[in-house]
Design a protein around this ligand. Structure first.
Ligand code: GLU
Length: 430
């Protein structure tokens, strides 16, 4: 089974979405189940409603999942496993106060060395904890030897016991920490491969250590995806609007185009424009680049336009929320726009208030004749008749006519627009 494990603590970032998409692809390729695990252990940071928002986004992207579980439902399992580790002296109660630990952290920082737990409570026991009646956290004892694993993207990785450290597995209120809950849940749901962001690389040896301490010997595979950089080559922050999936959707990028683009990132694919279904056929996780991927808005726009072009006029009209009869017109305007929002702006200009600038007088003349005319089928006849009636020629004819019909000084050929606009023209020029 594969899993996508979002924390309901903020908006979905394109990095998270990319993780979800790749997990989905590999689950489909391997014929394994795909689980969504909402990681809600950090109750203070959870935001009400974010879980639903994440699930809706996954649905919008066609990432079908087999089940949804909440990590908090498993707290009793986490606590029982912590108890087992305590009884076997693989974990210990730690009575160090937050102030004490903070001072040690501060000292490490001043001495420019990484903070490690002092080991002070390493020999304390459950019995002692029962007598003391003081608050305590539970820490797992650091491993005896190094922990190594093979990452499908990064290759062989190796961590020393001191890097794993004797870390906290249960907080003072009995809630599990992220690393502990994650290790247990990956075990409970029989996860075969974990695909996640590279920011989790240093968590992996901790999670493997927990599983080994509990005697779990199934080998879980890992693949840590390189981070996404912005156009300046810096880590793409959550505050950059283009990193928010919600923002991209609001801007009028299609889910299938965003998914296509995220699969292309740091990847060599047999083609550039494809669907999720096609990617299932050839996607190769181990071929992903180890180097960070750079987010390229222009490329995303190009891919989005390619997907907009694949839509039928009816589908496009539906996505734009306009009448079906305007779908073909919208398709023509794809020459000029790369997102639904841009397309909508162009179409709105056709039906909205218009500014004729220096051609105010000519526009008025054309409008009166158009309203009085029987509109012919072909643009050629329309043009001839209107020229004859208005007496206007050259740019004094074409410029105001374009503005009158489209609300913009440039755009697709009027001869191409005319048949698509014909049935609406009298309303448009009003
Ligand atoms: N909840 C973690 C996150 O959102 C994911 C952890 C994981 O995939 O193991 O970054």
């Amino acid at each position: 089974m594969l899993r996508f494990a979002p924390s309901p603590t903020g908006d979905m970032h394109i990095g998270n979405l990319r993780v979800a998409i790749l997990n989905y692809l590999v689950a489909k390729q391997r014929g394994e189940r795909f689980l969504i695990r909402i990681e809600d252990t950090d109750t203070q940071r959870n935001i009400e409603g974010k879980d639903q928002e994440i699930l809706e986004i996954l649905q919008k992207f066609g990432l079908e999942y087999d089940d949804v579980v909440y990590q908090s439902q498993n707290f009793s399992f986490h606590q029982n496993f912590a108890k087992k580790l305590l009884q076997e002296h693989k974990a210990f109660p730690c009575f160090c106060t937050p102030e004490e630990l903070q001072a040690q952290r501060q000292k490490a920082k001043e001495q420019k060395r990484p903070y490690r737990y002092s080991g002070k409570c390493e020999n304390s026991t459950l019995e002692e904890a029962a007598q003391k009646k003081e608050p305590f956290v539970v820490r797992i004892k650091k491993p005896q030897g190094p922990i190594a694993f093979y990452d499908l993207i990064k290759g062989d990785l190796h961590f020393e016991p001191k890097e794993v450290d004797s870390f906290v597995i249960l907080r003072a209120d009995g809630r599990p920490t992220y690393n502990f809950a994650c290790a247990i849940d990956d075990m409970l749901y029989d996860i075969s491969l974990v695909i996640r962001g590279e920011d989790h690389v240093s968590n992996t040896p901790k999670q493997i250590h927990v599983q080994r301490a509990l005697g779990y010997d199934k080998k879980i595979e890992y693949a840590h995806l390189p981070i996404i950089l912005n156009s300046e080559g810096k880590k793409m922050s959550k505050r950059e609007s283009a990193s928010s999936v919600k923002w991209l959707l609001e801007e009028g990028f299609l889910p299938q185009a965003i998914a296509n683009y995220l699969i292309l990132l740091g990847n060599k694919t047999p083609k550039e424009v494809f669907t999720l279904q096609e990617a299932i056929e050839w996607f190769d996780l181990s071929a992903l680049s180890k180097a960070p991927a750079r987010f390229d808005m222009e490329k995303l726009r190009f891919i989005n336009r390619a997907h907009l072009e694949k839509l039928t006029p009816q589908e496009l009209a539906q996505k734009l929320g306009i009448h079906e009869s305007l779908g073909a017109l919208a398709k023509l305007y794809l020459e000029e726009a790369s997102t639904l929002k841009e397309l909508k702006t162009k179409l709105d200009a056709i039906f909205g208030q218009k500014d004729f600038g220096e051609f105010e007088k000519e526009a008025k003349i054309l409008k009166e004749h158009i309203l009085a005319m029987e509109l012919p089928q072909s643009f050629e006849s329309f043009k001839k008749e209107l020229m004859a009636k208005s007496g206007l020629r050259g740019k004094r004819f074409f410029k105001p006519l374009r503005l009158l019909l489209t609300g913009a000084p440039h755009g697709p050929e009027i001869s191409q627009l005319y048949p698509l606009l014909k049935d609406h023209i009298k309303g448009i020029v009003q």
